[in-house]
Design a protein around this ligand. Structure first.
Ligand SMILES: NC(=O)C1=CN([C@@H]2O[C@H](COP(=O)(O)OP(=O)(O)OC[C@H]3O[C@@H](n4cnc5c(N)ncnc54)[C@H](O)[C@@H]3O)[C@@H](O)[C@H]2O)C=CC1
Ligand SMILES: Cc1cc2nc3c(=O)[nH]c(=O)nc-3n(C[C@H](O)[C@H](O)[C@H](O)COP(=O)(O)O)c2cc1C
Length: 166
């Protein structure tokens, strides 16, 4: 017998996702579309050959056109103590104000690399697929910079938690 699928209400889904702990990342880009950056928890590793991550970006975000035009990005994984940057890049703040809050470098693509990040993946976007409200960006790493800190940051239950190494 066929079962009728029951849709999960959006808020129930969000409440459930709030219990899936995730790293917090500042995703940056620069190029012909201009400099831009946003906070993302929807980031994960796809394959190590070729080294590929995915990043989910809402097509309604103000930063979307810049990421589309540039085709490059840097995934900056936040370290313990950097949660203020997550709020700053999490929406509404003018772009210059977001970037003025900390120091930046560059590796290969020119996408901004955050000083003090736990690790940064400099990437070219090699493919993208639209799913619902978001684009899933497949990003091939062309350079990596590891930070000095052993202390990470996790977003869980709508709050930030420092991960302090023993
Ligand atoms: N993947 C995304 O686009 C995410 C967007 N956000 C944005 O930040 C705001 C604050 O987030 P929270 O304090 O965690 O409260 P929330 O209740 O809005 O979200 C709870 C969880 O649901 C998921 N989620 C939220 N919005 C989503 C979206 N549009 N698409 C897919 N998954 C989504 C995330 O895992 C998030 O941590 C959200 O309202 C949303 O606008 C936050 C986390 C992920
Ligand atoms: C903790 C946190 C995680 C987020 N994760 C994502 C994400 O994975 N993908 C996404 O498109 N937006 C995510 N957002 C929302 C974007 O950061 C926000 O929409 C972005 O800064 C664009 O905002 P703007 O349109 O005001 O520029 C997240 C926000 C927060 C605070």
């Amino acid at each position: 017998m066929q079962q009728t699928p029951i849709a999960v209400p959006r808020n129930d889904y969000r409440d459930a996702m709030a219990r899936l702990g995730a790293a917090v990342n500042i995703i940056t880009t620069d190029g012909p579309g201009g400099r831009a950056g946003f906070t993302a928890s929807a980031v994960c590793s796809v394959t190590d050959d070729p080294p590929t991550l995915l990043v989910c970006l809402n097509r309604n975000a103000s930063v979307y056109p810049a990421f589309q035009a540039n085709g490059v990005l840097c995934v900056n994984v936040l370290a313990a103590g950097q949660q203020a940057l997550s709020a700053l890049f999490g929406g509404k703040t003018p772009m210059d104000e977001r970037f003025a809050a900390c120091r930046w470098g560059a590796l290969v693509t020119g996408a901004p690399v955050l000083d003090g990040a736990a690790v940064s993946f400099d990437c070219r976007v090699v493919r993208s697929t639209a799913v619902g409200t978001h684009d899933v960006l497949f990003c091939e790493a062309v350079a990596i910079r590891s930070g000095d800190t052993a202390h990470g940051l996790v977003y869980f239950d709508r709050r930030y938690h420092d991960l302090l190494a023993a």
